[in-house]
Design a binder for this molecule. Structure first.
Ligand SMILES: Cc1cc2nc3c(=O)[nH]c(=O)nc-3n(C[C@H](O)[C@H](O)[C@H](O)COP(=O)(O)O)c2cc1C
Length: 175
């Protein structure tokens, strides 16, 4: 099967997730094409057999170019088997309401755009204190504190790669 993976990323973790999805699909014998959402807009798209979109939440929003892309392309996305990987920090929160809020971001995206992915995975992202500027570091320490996540200046990856692989396998079976 020809699988297309289209991602948005600000700090790089969702690109890493998208790369893992592509590598895993290829290991399973599929052809995978990986594309940043910005390139997808620039060059147009050759339609695949199935598509997985991935995007991170920053300040309670998916990146605007990603939301615009989903809005604009929803008709062909809805015509194919499609899946969504939503990347947040709060899906791993120690607080129930924060985890529920993280799980609701994909629902809000669906309602806003009319896209109907067949499967949704909420993946935990990463904290990259060594790469943040002063303002981001300050903001992320506050967010991490509220989530019960580490607040020192090191980098921490929360993504569960095994869960991600299982999600991709289940979606490819479905597609
Ligand atoms: C400035 C900033 C704001 C963020 N806001 C949120 C948020 O509102 N909710 C959340 O769950 N995670 C939030 N995060 C965590 C990101 O979703 C997480 O770091 C993710 O790995 C980022 O993906 P990316 O590296 O692909 O950009 C934020 C991260 C940054 C740097």
């Amino acid at each position: 099967m020809k699988l297309m993976i289209i991602y948005a990323t600000i700090e790089g973790q969702t690109r890493k997730i998208a790369e893992r999805i592509a590598a895993h699909a290829e290991e399973k014998g599929h052809a995978a094409a990986l594309m940043n959402v910005n390139a997808a807009q620039e060059f147009g798209l050759e339609k695949p057999d199935a598509v997985i979109l991935a995007a991170p939440i920053h300040a309670a929003r998916y990146p605007t170019p990603f939301v615009d892309f989903v809005h604009r392309e929803k008709d062909w996305l809805n015509a194919l088997p499609s899946a969504f990987v939503s990347v947040t920090l709060s899906i791993d929160s120690e607080h129930d309401d924060e985890r529920a809020a993280a799980a609701n971001f994909p629902e809000a995206l669906k309602a806003e755009t009319g896209w109907r992915p067949k499967a949704v995975h909420n993946a935990a992202g990463a904290l990259r204190f060594t790469e943040y500027d002063f303002f981001k570091r300050w903001m992320m320490r506050r967010i991490a504190e509220a989530e019960g996540a580490p607040t020192d200046r090191g980098d921490v990856e929360f993504t569960d790669w095994r869960l991600l692989d299982d999600f991709v396998d289940a979606f490819l079976d479905l597609a």
